[in-house]
Design a binder for this molecule. Structure first.
Ligand SMILES: CSCCC(=O)C(=O)COP(=O)(O)O
Ligand SMILES: [Zn+2]
Length: 214
């Protein structure tokens, strides 16, 4: 008798296609240099997450470059190695159960902003109309803080810092990692993509402002 599949293969295919499409477009923008970046989608209301295999060229993802993990980072029905940053994805799915997509990129703008604002611990966005692209923000007068966490290769240290931020009750739509890149997410791939595009634009504006006013 055949064992039941661990997850719905059609759901996996749909998520893998959405991840590959998004990643190809981000790569074309120059946001995923040299195999950097990682992407995931929650496949169901259970604990299946489709995520990029570690070290793959994110501009040319095929279905072999995307695999399944559970919400505690364990590969499901595969020997492949998930993203080195899988724990950052599964943390978001556990902490925000309505999240369906997590996106991480390494654009030049995000990388420079993370170094510059890392000294201050956060980027404070205020007065930009495009803040309204972030869910829950209905006016340019709102304040949107993007924390900058120190980089480390030790994921438990990073997830502990993110948990500590969340445990204070402050909102979190995205964060930067110093010298590294941006994480953001959404309740659908479309919402996550809108957040990523808006934040890329807003960080670029903040960098320009600093440059022009110095
Ligand atoms: C060459 S980029 C260094 C690792 C990284 O920051 C990244 O985003 C990609 O890692 P992955 O294991 O997900 O390929
Ligand atoms: Zn990275």
């Amino acid at each position: 008798m055949n064992a039941l599949p661990a997850y719905d293969p059609e759901q996996f295919s749909a998520c893998a296609a959405a991840i590959a499409d998004a990643a190809r477009e981000f790569a074309a923008m120059g946001w995923t240099p040299a195999t950097s970046s990682n992407f995931s989608m929650r496949m169901d209301d259970g604990d299946h997450v489709a995520i990029t295999v570690s070290g793959r060229d994110k501009g040319r993802l095929g279905s072999d470059d995307i695999m399944v993990v559970d919400l505690h980072d364990h590969p499901v029905a595969t020997e492949r190695r998930p993203s080195a940053e899988t724990a950052l994805h599964t943390q978001i799915y556990r902490r925000f159960p309505d999240t369906r997509a997590v996106l991480h990129t390494h654009s030049r703008t995000q990388s420079v902003a993370s170094r510059l604002f890392g000294r201050e611990g956060r980027v404070r966005l205020q007065g930009w109309e495009l803040q309204k692209a972030i869910s829950g923000h209905t006016t340019h007068e709102s304040t949107l803080d993007i924390p900058v966490f120190p980089n480390t290769q030790h994921m438990p240290e990073l997830t502990a810092r993110i948990d500590a931020w969340l445990d204070t009750g402050r909102p979190l739509h995205a964060y930067l990692i110093d010298g590294h890149g941006l994480y953001t997410w959404g309740r659908s791939m479309d919402e996550a993509r809108r957040h990523l595009e808006a934040l890329e634009f807003l960080l670029g504006c903040e960098l320009d402002l600093r440059r022009l006013s110095s």
